[in-house]
Design a protein around this ligand. Structure first.
Ligand code: AMP
Length: 153
């Protein structure tokens, strides 16, 4: 394969996620590819919604924690100007949900940060490693150095 058509950016709202997002956006522009976005809710209890684990982004829920996470994702969607239909907020285990969505949506490149909320202490973060190991498509881990300036979500 010499081009990418369908790129999936995985965001965890960590301080350096901005650099990962910019890299994915610029790759999508270069390849004229569709950009998809996923955030996996793994730090709040399973939201009490009638929809199951895939949370609709543009409907109000009565769950305060969920609304906070939704709004963070919506800010990124607007900043990157991504089509809403290709954005996903899913409750579950990040590595599993990212790789399963990639298969379902016929993604050909997953973009993650080399590190996220799990920090720079290890050589490569646990989600990044898990995605690399389980994905059925190419994976780009954007190298995040500890001297980068954090960027608020
Ligand atoms: P980690 O391995 O958890 O330090 O995170 C590495 C990268 O995996 C992050 O920079 C994100 O790109 C991705 N990632 C981690 N957690 C999540 C999550 N909950 N939802 C979506 N992507 C995630």
């Amino acid at each position: 394969m010499n081009t990418y058509r369908n790129i999936l950016l995985a965001v965890d709202f960590s301080d350096y996620g901005h650099f990962v997002a910019q890299k994915a956006k610029s790759l999508a522009t270069q390849f004229n590819a569709r950009l998809n976005l996923i955030h996996v809710l793994d730090n709040i209890p399973m939201p009490d919604t009638p929809y199951g684990t895939v949370i609709p982004l543009y409907e109000n829920t009565s769950d305060d924690l969920l609304e906070i996470e939704k709004n963070k994702l919506i800010r990124i969607i607007e900043r990157l100007d991504i089509d809403r239909e290709h954005c996903w907020l899913i409750w579950g285990e990040p590595q599993q949900e990212i790789t399963q969505l990639a298969v379902r949506e016929q993604i050909d490149l997953i973009v993650v940060g080399s590190h996220g909320r799990h920090g720079l202490a290890v050589l490569m973060g646990s989600t990044a490693k898990g995605v690399l190991y389980h994905a059925e498509c190419d994976v780009l881990a954007v190298h995040l150095r500890d001297d980068l300036k954090p960027f608020a979500v």
